[in-house]
Design a protein around this ligand. Structure first.
Ligand code: UD1
Length: 342
């Protein structure tokens, strides 16, 4: 079985990708320092795939540990690199933490694999486009100046990866630019597990509905959009996980057209915050306690992706719509109520 290293494999997108790698016949091996996840996610993965994936707990910023791992795992053929800090607001407060964590881990990994042929998938973000001039935004759209250190780490990481793939024969790299991942596995056994107060919309919605939060604040009702709230391209996390498998397969099958490639991963559809709330209310069968509040600093007004390139070249397509996103997120929140993971 082909071995794929999944860094950050107990995290939100990582855990779903571990499941999809297994479903596609791969052997996922996880490295995670559990800084934003929980060891019990391994038990949850086991409930879905029937075994606990091989797991190593350490920080990729520790170079020696990365080297030891690489030397003791000579059969790894691909890496999906999720492990990174991702809270936009925190990155503004603590830029060095973000530059240190996100770059040291990436560089240690790349360096440890200098002598081996490796397929590398990188977690990037549509944040690199900033406020796009043309919608839907294509991969050719200009990268705008980052509005946070977090966004900057994604932009610079993409540049590092392009340079290294061009300079060194052994690396074949794909960066996936995610739009807004939401939802959970349809088993209701894994999903987003925010530590503390959720920053993202969907966990805030479900936590409000279940009674963990009193009220959701919609950040801004005066944007230049049909209902005045921001528009995003929400993508089901299981579809997103499958895009990673498709990226690995493209490289494995030798189909890559360049050493470094970039793909948008979204559905191509935009939904406003109020539309997302309405879709949730429909599936939860209850109305949500929310109010319109002030804008959040740094928010993009509207962004959704052109996904033609990923559909064609990755032979992948988002299949799950807003209904499945909401119903699965709600199922997961209800599971957590009965089975808290702390
Ligand atoms: C944010 C980051 C993005 C990052 C992603 C990682 C910003 C500007 N962007 O995306 O770079 O890759 O998280 O997860 O921070 N909203 C509310 N109330 C809430 C929470 C959110 O109204 O309590 C709204 C936001 O204003 C936005 C939408 O919901 O319009 C989605 O927000 P969120 O889930 O935080 O994602 P992004 O801001 O799109």
């Amino acid at each position: 079985m082909k071995e794929i290293l999944v860094t950050g494999g107990t995290g939100y997108i990582g855990s779903h990708t571990v499941v999809e790698l297994h479903n596609a016949g791969y052997k996922p091996i996880i490295i995670d320092n559990l800084s934003n996840s929980n060891i019990r996610i391994l038990d949850q993965i086991e409930k879905i795939i029937g075994y606990k994936p091989e797991f190593y707990e350490f920080d990729l910023c520790e170079e020696q540990k990365v080297i030891e791992f690489v030397n003791s795992h000579p059969n790894i053929q691909g890496i999906i690199h999720f492990a990174a800090s991702k809270a936009v607001g925190e990155s503004v407060q603590e830029p060095l933490k973000y530059y240190r964590n996100n770059f040291f881990s990436l560089i240690n990994l790349l360096q440890a694999y200098q002598q081996k042929p490796i397929h590398f998938v990188f977690s990037s973000s549509c944040t690199v486009y900033g406020e796009p001039d043309i919608l839907p935004v294509t991969e050719e759209a200009p990268v705008k100046k980052a509005t946070s250190p977090y966004g900057n780490t994604k932009q610079i990481a993409e540049e590092i990866l392009e340079e290294i793939a061009t300079a060194k024969d052994n690396y074949q790299i794909i960066a996936l630019r995610y739009f807004n991942p939401v939802g959970a596995h349809d088993s209701g056994l894994i999903g987003e597990l925010p530590i503390g107060v959720p920053q993202n919309l969907l966990p805030f919605i479900t936590q409000t509905a279940i009674g963990k939060r009193e009220e959701l604040t919609v950040f801004g009702g005066d944007y230049d959009t049909p209902d005045g709230t921001c528009i995003r391209d929400y993508i089901h996390v299981v579809d997103l996980a499958k895009a990673h498998v498709a990226a690995i397969q493209r490289m494995e099958e030798g189909k890559s057209a360049a050493k470094y490639e970039v793909y948008n991963v979204g559905t191509g559809n935009g939904y406003s915050v109020l539309e997302a709330i309405k879709a949730f209310e429909k599936y939860a069968g209850q109305s949500l306690n929310y109010k319109i509040g002030p804008r959040r600093e740094g928010d993009i007004e509207k962004v959704w992706g052109d996904v033609n390139k990923s559909q064609k070249e990755l032979n992948w397509k988002a299949k799950l719509g807003i209904d499945e996103m909401m119903s699965s997120a709600w199922k997961w929140e209800n599971y957590l109520k009965e089975n808290p993971i702390q």
